[in-house]
Design a protein around this ligand. Sequence first.
Ligand code: GAL
Length: 965
Amino acid sequence: MTFRTRTRTRTDYVEDVAPGDGALPPRAWYASSDARSLSLNGSWRLRVSGTADAEDDSFAAQGYDAGDWAEVPVPGHWVLQGHGSPAYTNHLYPFPVDPPRVPTENPTGDHLRVFDLPADWPDLAEGGAVLRFDGVESCARVWLNGTELGTFKGSRLPHEFAVGHLLKPAGNVLAVRVHQWSSGSYLEDQDQWWLPGIFRDVTLLHRPAGSALDFFVLAAYDHVSGEGTLRVDSDVAGRVTVPELGIDTATGEPVTVPVEPWSAEVPRLYDGVLATEGERIPLRVGFRTVELSDGLIKVNGRAVLFKGVNRHEWHPRHGRALDPATMREDVLLMKRHNVNAVRTSHYPPHPAFLDLCDELGLWVIDECDLETHGFTEQAWRDNPVDDDRWTPALLDRAARMVERDKNHPSVVMWSLGNEAGTGRGLTAMAEWIRGRDSSRLVHYEGDPDCRDTDVYSRMYAGHAEVERIGRGLDGGNLKRRRLPFILCEYAHAMGNGPGGLADYQRLFETYDRLQGAFVWEWIDHGIEDQRFGYAYGGDFGEELHDGNFVCDGLLFPDRRPSPGLVEYKKVIEPVAVEGDGTGGSVRVTNKYDFADLSALAFTWSYEVNGEPVESGALTVPALAPGESAEVKLPEPPVATAAGEAHWTVRAELAADAPWAPRGHVVAWGQFAVSPRRAPSVASTARPVPGDGLITLGPASFDTRTGALRAVGPVAVDGLRLDVWRATTDNDDGAAWQTDTRYGPLWRRLGLHRMRHRLDAVEPGEDALTVRTRVAPAACEIGLSTVYRWTSDGERLRLAVSVRPEGDWTVPLPRLGIRFALPAADRVQWYGGGPGEAYPDSRTASLIGRWQSTVDELQTPYVRPQENGARADVRWAELGGLRIEGDPEFFLTARRWTTEHLDAAAHRTDLAPGGAVWVNLDHRQHGLGSQSCGPGPLPRYHLRAEPAAFSFVFSQAGWPSPASER
Ligand code: GAL
């Protein structure tokens, strides 16, 4: 790479690889309890121009009249405020790769805010003042009262300027020029929307004489002695007090006292104060020691298991400008779903988020604002992390992260960045970080040799490979072989999925070396948009984009948990309740790393045919981490002959916790006591041919086609074998995947356009038999399908048998029947619920009696696709029909056809048709997570092999179809 020599212009800083000029050195982020501060968030004037140099800097001068500029709230992104458009790419740079040059078309937002100091602001002659920007994308130039303060890059990092000498009591003019593109953009190629703007707080901080500058709270815990050692190093000497611990010491002086340690499970914080001559700073001290020992990541002497998520900052209207309530909601949702760790992918979050992690308890991998993924397109040639000219910018980013966040006990690892290849710059960052803070570990996933890291980290490795790593059979260099392993990303939660979580968790819990994983990712980055419901890549006319790859979270954009999160909660629950239902006891295991079970209360309930018969409290000892106990269940309250019976044991919060109320269910187990009796229908009725119709018990059929027309008063249309599902993002798979992707293969074979050839309609003595062959055009493969209808005069039984013909080399998407009902609204069923479940994502499905509506059965994936199946359904009632299955089946019902669902690109493409389409599936293919990771494990494949299944139809007592219209 050569840097061209050009004539310097007034916008040269934009393309300069240097991180900026004029800013103060980075330091800890804190709120003083007595020094004044003034938030400059609020309404600002904005003028957006098309290039970096379209406007001169006269707007920064005092007296400039910006009366005709737009007004926008800060923090914000101007492209989400009606000025220009957002753009989404995964790893491709949306501009030519010619570092450090950026396009001439460089949207530039001039921001202006005039402010007065509050009347009680301290005398300007006393002390100074600092202007802090917590996040500006991607490059800014700042003036106060006409004087230029400097420039900076590093979008998700703080930058401060000394401004005391420039302030006036009133009429201060703060001018900020923000460029969308800069040399910094090459370092910020994260998979997310490109969103320029001042998107985090702007604050003026008074700095009294003798105020603290920077300080470092070092609070270690010795798990052998049970003592904590606190030392606060401060640039300005002062005293440190922690009243609860009787600590009153000078800065720089270590004190050792008995303490309760901090962990994500028991986030014990001690309030303290750092007092310098000029100010008092509240401290929240958490004592904990992070180390690598015996090849494991240990905190306070114990190996930890991360049950994590990758969190991008996201709000469907405000982008990465998050308000405090949204940050809290994220942490509460994580805690309530048993998540214990968060990787701040792929940049340091708003600092308030880390306060919440300290307070409510989450392990944090704090990741630097660095990704150069787009260079992979040119075999990493010119990668900034391997070019010394960029190293100052990399070190600046590392320092701004570490200095800002170093006082958070929740942060246990520093991550150098994401997908930036390898190079000397990364090594320089790691060395600097270790030199500054030896109390945490260093993470980076992109280097298979683990040169700079304390942990071997990967993304999207399949189960088999993870198991090999767990066994230490993965090879790699000597250093790597000795390191603990985490999956910093796995289980790509795009659309319907991920599948396979439980299979991963079993591995993590089996092999010590596997210290857990972080689901990709926390939330869908859909943008609220009237046209689409939620917009994704391409919806703003981007010339390059990656579509809905930006919607791959466990939460929908409105933070509604997706079924994937409900599944994850169950898979990672910290208490295992196991049993076989018949032994009279359950085995309870404490899977926490630190907490005993004293915070939980256990209950049992006994259900017959899905209805709770009796319930009560279960006494479980306050087991220590890792301990198990066999706990006796009461005598079953009713005789087992009464029907299918289950025990359900729940672990609930015994008292209100800061993150969930008393009674919140943390874990559960369910055990079958006595099996279900399969429905049986005597074949006593005989098919009676009539005028165009054959009647059989309550049903009538078309004489010519054998098609079912009605069951009693309920009209039934189009009942036939169905193998197609609207492919999920995980069925479709990512284009770059080398493993077989079944979605495209299925479509190539024509499984979405199966033809049904009628071979015979045979009314017999005790059955109506319809023989068909179901096959796609142009292929020799097919499914010989026989429908055998029988009845006892009241109920109607359908036995379906399917025999594959030809050489089936692919699994089937689904196998079952589908039909349309003229109307249905309320649905009740006995089986798995309350939410959807698929073969490799069904641990959260609880057997019981459930009610819903057709509309509520839908899972609103941002890009519509197969969804909403309820698993293990014994019987269901909807639209006036009662349907019993033998064996249990998957139930889906929707107001549109599968074809319609398949064709939809956004939620708004789905409009109710005139009927309700019902699928009763004998089997479904698994989900997997091939939209970025591995497909479903072979055991969840729906192989094309001979199959037989049956359903019994009768009129439902509830609800009547008439009341549904
Ligand atoms: C990873 C990357 C993430 C995201 C994910 C796919 O490679 O680190 O940022 O792109 O894949 O959604």
